[in-house]
Design a protein around this ligand. Structure first.
Ligand code: GLA
Length: 385
């Protein structure tokens, strides 16, 4: 796509010059997986690959949307913001709908052309990126008084109520509020956050892309959310009150096992409670610069997601196993929702070339497809270009 002049394409498509360009980064999550919707602590950061929105206003009430990646264009009207099956346009149209529900009604139509380096279904949160991006673009262009936290909340409401994924706030929050060279420790119950400088010295964080599209993600994801809700209801009734699963403690797990009397629900809760503790331990290890422990916690998180939460699958298990077999690798785990998508690994800088070679060849030998491995900078969140 680098060779295409997107502004020319915009002009040809809409007969108007681009008035503004906005961009939103992708994200990874260092640790704290599947616990944002359980009121837990998560530790995401942005990564420097982007979705961009080229924008101009119109003189009528039409919304013209085009995705260069999908090579699809649609025309809608501000008076009809209904959902269209599972089409990609539900993200921008849903954002306009949710803005209106929150008192930010748009009366004048617009053109938007999207380009994206974030592959859909790759686990790097292309959906939160397009939602935050659309809302940020519209609030900027129509002068709505919306700060970046509210951008993320409106995006979250769109994903949950309009698009139908019962997700937590992590992705929308980090893409709206991310800070250059920092990871974000986010308390998802209170929606409070701190930034941590992220510098691993002699080590680098690598993204390992399995190239296995995340099929079934939405239905399996919503199933996990329901299982957690069910476990919480049972525990509140038969054990002790808590506002969310992350308020239970590891010391209570024996009792919780008895009370739940259900192996599947017990394993789900065990993942949630142990993962929440791992996030605190991870933060302490980072502060002490104990990178060995950081790596160990990444591995433990992956095994818990594999055995107790059951959201990894062959591709993620294979790529992280191959990663760990390298001498220079301190730890590896899946990142995001799972069921395919991406993993992360911490690897000694002078071993990166060797790491890439062995993981890429081992992976294609084992699964017959290639994987991609790349290093990423951590940029600011959504912004005007
Ligand atoms: C997806 C969701 C997030 C979070 C992760 C798993 O990315 O959008 O809210 O639940 O999965 O940690």
């Amino acid at each position: 796509m680098e060779n295409i002049d997107v502004k020319d394409v915009f002009k040809q498509l809409y007969g108007k010059e681009v008035e503004a360009v906005y961009k939103a980064p992708a994200r990874i999550n260092l640790i704290g997986e599947h616990i944002d919707y359980n009121g837990g602590l998560v530790f995401p950061s942005t990564i420097g690959i982007y979705t961009k929105c080229y924008f101009s206003k119109r003189d009528d009430k039409e919304i013209h949307l085009c995705s260069l990646n999908k090579k699809k264009a649609v025309t809608r009207n501000l008076d009809d913001l209904s959902k269209n099956g599972n089409s990609w346009e539900n993200y921008p149209i849903g954002a306009v709908y949710t803005l209106a529900r929150n008192g930010f009604k748009i009366e004048q139509g617009f053109n938007m052309l999207f380009t994206s380096e974030i592959p859909m279904g790759s686990g790097l949160s292309s959906s939160a990126a397009i939602l935050d991006l659309t809302i940020y673009t519209l609030k900027s262009e129509y002068n709505f008084d919306i700060d970046n936290k509210l951008v993320s909340l409106i995006a979250w409401e769109t994903e949950n109520k309009y698009c139908g994924l019962s997700c937590g706030i992590m992705d929308q929050a980090i893409i709206a509020l991310g800070k250059k060279n920092h990871a974000m420790l986010l308390d998802c119950y209170k929606y409070k956050y701190d930034y941590f400088p992220f510098d691993l010295g002699d080590y680098s964080l690598l993204v390992l892309k399995t190239n296995k599209p995340r099929t079934l993600t939405d239905s399996k994801y919503n199933e996990r959310v329901r299982e957690c809700d069910l476990a919480l209801d049972k525990l509140k009734e038969k054990f002790r009150h808590a506002n969310n699963l992350c308020e239970y403690k590891m010391e209570e797990m024996d009792e919780i096992k008895k009370v739940l009397n259900d192996d599947l629900l017990y394993r789900r809760v065990l993942h949630v409670v142990s993962e929440n503790k791992r996030v605190s331990d991870f933060k302490d290890a980072l502060l002490k610069n104990d990178l060995k422990l950081v790596g160990k916690l990444l591995n433990e998180s992956h095994f818990s997601l594999k055995d107790n939460y059951e959201v990894t699958g062959e591709h993620l298990d294979t790529i992280t196993k191959l990663a760990r077999e390298n001498k220079g690798c301190l730890g590896a785990r899946m990142t995001g929702a799972g069921f395919g998508g991406c993993a992360i690994a911490i690897v000694k800088k002078d071993s990166i070339e060797e790491f890439k070679k062995t993981v890429i060849s081992g992976y294609s030998k084992a699964l017959g497809i290639t994987c991609d491995i790349f290093e990423c900078e951590i940029p600011d969140g959504v912004s005007k270009e």
